[in-house]
Design a protein around this ligand. Structure first.
Ligand code: HBI
Length: 362
């Protein structure tokens, strides 16, 4: 148990998809940065193991070479676990093996089989932050096994995400947290909409383009292009739509565009584990129009901080866009400050780590 005020020595092990700071790792990159922020502010000592070319301000980072993992969401449920030659994931966990005795706890950010499988072989406890819902049988089986063998070590963002797994009741919800002060509250918007996120089929950008096009409002798009052909297919499908792809931008630049929008469209085709972009919008005072599905449906307060619409209904999106002016933008900012601040997140994380470490004692 860590007594109040005692600090942890933590080892964060990043996602093996690509370098931290590249956006290839999607939402989990921002989650790692926010956890680093939140826990460092509370006096904990953190080091990070991540793929080569990773960038991290003022943090001790150990970068590792090797071939990236295949993104799990591009696999089918029955796909076997793939480990490429010279796997960066395997190389990162060799580093963990060598360093583990210096730390109280290891925090795994990868949605991958290997870190889970290695847990029983490590002498330092591992907290697994599972960043997506159920995708593959081999992963479900491995996560479930560790959830059973090491109680409370499977962390998730929302109940909706946990409920996609057969072992939902063994998942430990930690929500998420953001440095809300990095987002500038903007009371009076310009006349455009935003869409944020990894550009890939499971995010259904085409629905947002279709809805914005029908309202006549320009749509500004930001995020990492994971599937270039998918984006080009949308541009071809809506040649007349007033859409602007601005790239994968640093938070400060991104929020300067987001904060001046009338609303953020969130159109997940899958069960979004959390929906970082929802909080980023709320922090700017920007109301959210989201499909009533997954994490965003647990965050958006209907009629207060946004509108939840019938999943996959473009008509529903259009109707909600017309109702955006009814939302009080100050209420959006307040929800971000109250529920998703770094302080609130750090408290939830410390409780989670305490639970794991006290379990270890027995
Ligand atoms: N796929 N294999 C694999 N490993 C990850 O860590 C991973 C992923 N897909 C997406 C992802 N992580 C992150 O973008 C999550 O935040 C969604």
């Amino acid at each position: 148990m860590v007594l109040a005020g005692q600090s942890y020595q933590l080892l964060f092990v990043s996602t093996p998809l690509g370098p931290l700071g590249s956006g290839v790792g999607g939402g989990v990159e921002l989650t790692l940065l926010n956890m680093l922020d939140a826990l460092t502010q509370r006096g904990h000592q953190i080091q990070v193991v991540a793929p080569q070319q990773s960038q991290l301000p003022q943090t001790k980072i150990i970068t590792v070479a090797g071939s990236p993992q295949i993104p799990a969401q591009t696999q089918t449920r029955q796909t076997p676990i793939h480990i490429p030659a010279n796997s960066v994931l395997a190389n990162m966990w060799l580093q963990v093996l060598a360093l583990q005795s210096q730390f109280d706890l290891i925090v795994n950010f990868a949605y991958d089989w290997l870190p889970l499988y290695l847990t029983p072989f490590l002498t330092t406890p591992v907290a697994h932050l599972i960043s997506m819902g159920s995708l593959m049988d081999a992963m479900d089986q491995m996560i479930g096994q560790i959830a059973d063998q090491f109680p409370h070590t499977i962390g998730v963002h929302t109940r909706a995400q946990a409920n996609t797994f057969p072992f939902a009741q063994h998942c430990y919800p930690v929500g998420n947290g953001f440095n809300v002060s990095r987002y500038q509250f903007t009371p009076h918007p310009d006349a455009y909409l935003c869409w944020l996120g990894r550009i890939a089929p499971e995010k259904a950008l085409e629905d947002a383009v279709a809805a914005a096009d029908r309202t006549g409002l320009p749509l500004k798009i930001m995020g990492h292009i994971q599937d270039q052909a998918y984006l080009e297919q949308i541009q071809a499908q809506f040649p007349e739509a007033d859409i602007d792809y601005l790239g994968f931008l640093d938070t400060d630049v991104m929020q300067d565009v987001l904060r001046r929008s009338q609303g953020l469209l969130v159109t997940p085709r899958w069960v979004e584990a959390f929906g970082n972009v929802v909080i980023e919008a709320l922090a700017c005072g920007v109301p959210v129009v989201a499909y009533h599905r997954g994490g965003p449906a647990e965050i958006v307060r209907q009629g207060e901080t946004g509108w939840l619409v019938e999943p996959d209904s473009v008509d529903g999106l259009v109707e909600a866009i017309h109702k955006l002016p009814e939302i009080d933008r100050q209420a959006c900012r307040q929800q971000a400050e109250q529920e998703y601040s770094l302080t609130a997140f750090a408290e939830r994380l410390e409780q989670w780590f305490d639970k794991i470490l006290s379990q270890r004692g027995q």
